[in-house]
Write a protein that binds this ligand. Structure first.
Ligand code: GRF
Length: 204
């Protein structure tokens, strides 16, 4: 099997990274985690990757004077590592338009709301403030417009009357850890692809 060489882009904790590493440790999983890249040298997720024997790379956005210059440095690291697919997991940088176009159809993100509801940050608080009874998480292809790409997979959780942003985030995170590997599997197997601005699913 030709496993897709996958990079995970992080900025922090790395719990989704852990879930992806665990899923990809199964030999039949169609993707391998070949590189973990962070914009922060102190991201806890880098240690998780190193412990798993995965190559890591830290590139600080502070060393670049434009979003595109930073994105081009990321792109160079990805190409050097012969990466096929990229999963963003808590990567807290907004890209230049150039980057998602350069990686169109190969760039995934996980977001802790049921998009298109609640884009941006503090989205669990946004959900509580809006009074919705269901929230969840979304894996989508990344396009230049923030949190707006074609949806690959979603999972829902209830929003409970006494939820805080933290309790809701914890409930959503459990679903994220199952959803992201499932979505990566679909893309790596070619069962969903980005075509004409939409996620197109292969017939079952
Ligand atoms: C997750 O909630 C993810 O959906 C969001 O940022 C958080 C990252 O958490 N984009 P972790 O670093 O994967 O633990």
């Amino acid at each position: 099997m030709n496993r897709k060489r996958t990079a995970v882009l992080i900025s922090g904790r790395g719990s989704n990274l852990s879930a992806l590493i665990a899923a990809a440790s199964a030999p039949e999983f169609p993707a391998e985690i070949a590189l973990v890249l962070s914009n922060r040298e102190d991201a806890a997720g880098l240690a998780i990757a190193q412990k798993a024997g995965i190559a890591t790379c830290a590139i600080s956005h502070r060393n670049f004077d434009s979003r595109e210059a930073f994105d081009r440095a990321i792109d160079a690291a990805l190409r050097e590592a012969k990466i096929d697919l990229v999963c963003e997991a808590g990567f807290m940088r907004i890209h230049s338009d150039w980057f998602p176009k350069a990686w169109e159809g190969k760039l995934l993100n996980i977001h802790p709301s049921l998009l298109p509801a609640f884009k941006g940050i503090h989205v669990q608080q946004q959900a509580i403030d809006a009074g919705v009874k269901i929230s969840g998480c979304t894996v989508h292809f990344i396009v230049p417009e923030l949190d707006s790409g074609p949806i690959i997979a979603q999972a829902a959780v209830p929003v409970l009357p006494n939820d805080t942003a933290d309790t809701l985030a914890a409930r959503i995170l459990v679903e994220e850890h199952a959803l992201y590997p499932a979505a990566l599997r679909l893309v790596a197997e070619g069962k969903v692809r980005l075509e004409g601005g939409r996620a197109v699913f292969a017939a079952a």
